[in-house]
Design a protein around this ligand. Sequence first.
Ligand code: GCV
Length: 678
Amino acid sequence: MVTARLCALLLLAVSFATGGAARAEDGYRLWLRHAPVADAAQQTPGSVTLSGSDSPTALLARDELTRALSELYPHGAAGGGTPILLRRVTDPAMRDGAFRIAPAERGVAIIAASDTGLLYGAFALLRELGQGKAIGAIRLDEAPAYTLRMLNHWDNPDGHVERGYAGRSIFDWWHLPGYVDARMTDYARANASIGINGVVINNVNARAMMLEPRYIAKVKALADTFRPWGIRVYVSARFSAPRDIGGLKTADPLDPAVRAWWKAKADEIYTAIPDFGGFLVKANSEGQPGPQDYGRSHADGANMLAEAIGERGTVIWRAFVYAAENKEDRAKQAFTEFQPLDGKFAKNVVVQVKNGPIDFQPREPFHPLFGAMPRTQLAMELQITKEYLGFASHLAFLGPLFEEALGADTGRGGSVAETVTVIAGVANTGSDRNWTGSHFDQANWYAFGRLAWNPKLPSDQIAREWAAQTFSRDTAFLNAVVPMMMSSRAAVVDYMTPLGLAHVMGTGHHYGPAPWVSDLARPEWNPVYYHRADRAGIGFDRTPTGSNALAQYAPDVAKRLLADEELLLWFRHVSWDHRLKNGNTLWEELPRRYDRGVAAVARMGATWATLAPHVDTQRHRAVADFLRVQADEAQWWRDASLAYWSAVSGRALPAGHAAPRHPLSWYQAQRFPEAPGE
Ligand code: GCV
């Protein structure tokens, strides 16, 4: 014991002598590193005791605290320190997951009426301590804003992750259920630490085999591992499964044999996994089968599954639909199809809507369905993986994007956050040692969890607490890194899709700029469909003179959106000479925005270079290297886009803006067959 303490002291001394930056770190521990607190206040935490429950979850809360505290305070506490009392109480007013932390007679108490409340309380206390706060000063009274806070994995059973930029899938389907990798526990622990309590473990572009008995056994092994961490498992179900694996001739949701098949399948799953969360379904979207194949509605399909599951779980039915045959503006199609179904979905159905009407672009207006289906439970789907924001190598902290989407006023009974009952995020995890492909992408997983817990948390606060736990709680470091993170998403918007442009990326893989693409089979797959640039002007007219997608919003909101220049080209087709509020013409403003984005990335690189003393060499170098990649690619986005706009408008770049480094044909000739995630 004495020797262990001595070693810890020595380690600490070495670490402080080198500014805490000497030890190489690979990022595996995420924000749960528990770096030793150097100047531990007099009130150092002491022993942890648990009362009122001895469930596996409550024991995890106790053990997590005990272990983490020994890491945060390796030198121990003079006089035993402040005891921490984990108390499970009976309090009908405290919801599942809620907790209070406050000084008690004999120390500090974490009080909860549920075991998950104890667990979340334990992690919350560690979060505060991890930022260097003194234990006696910590007072929290929290309850999750939503009962379901879930990750959606787009992981395939063969290990490939659709839109995944962090290696292969973390789920080792091949070795399950016999072998459950220790990483599964670390994954569940990380999720629990930020309040995530549901995971859909397979891609919405689903394989029916996920519902076969041998896969149910694998899912059960994961469910058993995740359960103590308060996490329920969900599966993406392929709508045609009764035909694909059930031997039926149809998957018609009104066919009695089909209904019986799903009921039996649900029973089989619940026998193996009594707390199974339910099904997520992508139906009649991008080639996936669905009820419309049989002339039935989305409500018919969802309600059939809801009946099979009954009160045991939830059916999450995605509203991400658009059809090639449909000539209507793609941005309008989901609303047109789903809004009339309001009130027609069963009680245990949640309709899951992406944050914007197209597809996770760097900036979109909020989806008009939010607030427009008051008699239906809605989930908001955010994308944590950066399909359209530079993959893992671009530093883009998504906190501001999530905050903007959640906080948008629907004009129909509150903000988006207030009109939904579930928050879902497309996961960015993978087999890479640092989980998310880049160190800073961990912040997006973290921010998602924190905002799903409390959508009112300001994203700069989230950035600060994440950075303090992940890198360094040094104030000088935080004062530099937080503004850098906060401006990073705006930089991406500037160098990729300024002023409301959208969907101008490369075909299939979505890597890099390709606004010129116009030859794909479906009109809405082509970037030219979205920007409609020609000699006269640019932008998609969604006003009454065009598609009138604006009319899907509440009238006041529509007015506000139309006036928002950040969304100018999303809603309007304007002349290149259109005058902006700052006095510039559009043609003058576009290169200014692209240049601003490129310059912002250069500044991020410079800022990061100054932070070397605060960060271990391994992670510092990895981030610096990626920032260099990002600088090159920001330049590429800027140059390729401007070369194309210049060609299509027939205009030379305004004075003061450098010419693209290559002719347009050079950019158009680039090919990336090896780009990940497609
Ligand atoms: C899982 C976009 C992505 C697809 C994704 C789809 C969806 O189209 O590019 O990879 O498929 O959205 O959300 O279903």
